[in-house]
Design a binder for this molecule. Structure first.
Ligand SMILES: *Cc1c(COP(=O)(O)O)cnc(C)c1O
Length: 359
C-alpha cells in the first residue's frame, strides 16, 4: 500500500472529509452505503479507475465481494446461461491460478483446455496460434499474470485474429493497474483488490455491456453482474471501506503520472531484479524472458539449503515476505505498484552481499 494512502485513511478514520475538505462527522465504516457521502465515494472510485485504465463506456465497472476465487464460479454462472445445459468454455493453463479457474468452471460448463504449459513446468505462455479453441465457446479464460509461477502475458491475445468470436475473460488480480489494458481484446476482467488496489474483501469486475443478462438460474442474485451493474454496485452492501481505499489508490496512481508512468516504473523495477538474478551464479529464475512477470518474481537458490539463512538475513535487513509459494518453493519478490524502486534496490544489494558471503 502506498504510505500516502494509509496516512490519508488514518486522518479520515473517525471523520471523513470530502474533496473540498468538508468534514462529514463520521468515518467511512460508519456510513450508510445508501447515503450521500458514500455515494460520492463509490462514484469517485469508479471514475478514478475508468480514467486511470481508460475503460471505455461500453464496459461496466463493478465493485463486489467474493475474491478472485469467487469469480472462478461467479463468471461461469454469469456467462453460461440463461439455458441449462453446459456450454463449452476454453481455458489456457499457464500456472496455478488459471488451473484453479478451469477446475471450478467445470461445475457450470464443459471446461476445455485450449493450451497448457503444465508439462514444461509453467515457464512460458503458449503461442496463441497453437491454442485449440472450441467452436462456440462461451468465453476464453486466461490469467494474465500468474502470481505463483511468475509468468505474465505482456500483450493480451487477439481472439478475433485467431478466428474466434468468444469474449476473452482475464484474471488480472495480481497486476491490475500496473500497465495499460487493451480493452478492444477483453470481454471481462476481474481482480481481487488485495494485491494492487487495496484491502482484501473487495473484488473488481470490468464487464462489457453485451455480456450481461446471460446468467444461469442458480446464480445468486447478489453475484449476478446485471443486478450489480443496474444498481451501480449498490445491489447489496458492497465492501465499502475497500472501495474507499481503492479510490485513494487510484488518486495516488494519477499523481504518480498515470498508468504509463507506473508501467515504466514497474518495468525498471523488474529489470533491475531480473538482471541481478541472471548475473549471479547463486540465484536463478526459470521463466522464459519474454514472459517474465513484472510483479511477481520467483527465484531459486543454487543450494536450497541456503534458503532459511537467506530469509533470516533478509528479515534482519528489513526485507519481508520473500518466501516462495509453498507449491513451488524457493523465494519470491512481489513488487507491486506501491513498492518503491528503493525497495528493489535494497533487495538487490542484500542478494549481492549474501552471495559474496556464500561464495
Ligand atoms: C491472489 C489471486 C487470486 C485470489 O483470489 P482470492 O480468492 O481473492 O484469494 C486470484 N487470482 C490470481 C491471479 C491471484 O493472484
Amino acid at each position: 500500500m502506498p504510505l500516502e494512502v494509509l496516512e490519508r485513511a488514518a486522518s479520515d478514520m473517525t471523520n471523513w472529509h470530502d474533496a473540498d475538505g468538508k468534514p462529514s462527522g463520521m468515518g467511512v465504516m460508519e456510513m450508510s452505503h445508501r447515503g450521500k457521502a458514500f455515494g460520492s465515494i463509490v462514484q469517485h472510485a469508479e471514475a478514478g479507475l475508468r480514467s486511470l485504465l481508460a475503460v471505455p463506456e461500453a464496459f461496466h465497472i463493478l465493485f463486489m465481494q467474493g475474491g478472485g476465487l469467487g469469480q472462478n464460479a461467479i463468471v461461469p454462472m454469469n456467462l453460461c446461461g440463461p439455458d441449462s445445459g453446459k456450454p463449452a468454455v476454453d481455458f489456457v493453463l499457464t500456472g496455478s491460478w488459471s488451473q484453479k479457474s478451469w477446475l471450478e468452471a467445470a461445475k457450470y460448463s464443459q471446461s476445455h483446455i485450449a493450451a497448457s504449459t503444465q508439462e514444461s513446468g509453467f515457464h512460458h505462455i503458449p503461442e496463441p496460434a497453437s491454442w485449440q479453441l472450441s467452436p462456440g465457446a462461451r468465453y476464453v479464460h486466461i490469467c494474465s499474470n500468474e502470481t505463483i509461477h511468475g509468468v505474465e502475458f505482456h500483450t493480451l491475445p487477439d481472439l478475433r485474429a485467431l478466428g474466434s468470436d468468444a469474449p476473452l475473460v482475464v484474471d488480472f488480480s495480481s497486476h491490475v493497474a500496473s500497465r495499460p489494458v487493451d480493452w478492444s481484446r477483453v470481454g471481462l476482467a476481474f481482480a481481487g483488490a488485495q494485491k494492487n488496489l487495496g484491502p482484501a474483501g473487495l473484488t473488481l469486475v470490468v464487464v462489457r455491456d453485451d455480456l450481461l443478462g446471460a446468467a444461469l438460474d442458480i446464480c445468486p442474485s447478489a453475484f449476478n453482474f446485471k443486478n450489480i451493474a443496474d444498481n451501480a454496485s449498490l445491489f447489496n452492501t458492497p465492501p465499502t471501506y475497500g472501495i474507499y481505499i481503492a479510490g485513494l489508490v487510484f488518486d495516488w496512481l494519477e499523481r504518480q503520472g498515470g498508468i504509463a508512468a507506473i508501467e515504466a516504473r514497474n518495468r525498471g523495477k523488474a529489470a533491475l531484479l531480473y538482471q541481478a538474478i541472471d548475473a549471479s551464479d547463486l540465484y536463478s529464475n526459470p521463466v522464459e524472458p519474454a514472459c517474465r512477470s513484472r510483479m511477481n518474481i520467483p527465484f531459486f537458490l543454487r543450494e536450497p539449503a541456503l534458503e532459511s539463512a537467506f530469509l533470516q538475513g533478509a528479515e534482519q535487513a528489513g526485507l519481508l515476505q520473500l518466501k516462495g509459494h509453498k507449491s513451488v518453493g524457493g523465494l519470491r519478490a512481489s513488487i507491486y505498484n506501491a513498492m518503491p524502486l528503493e525497495g528493489v534496490q535494497a533487495l538487490v544489494a542484500f542478494m549481492r552481499s549474501f552471495e559474496r558471503t556464500r561464495a
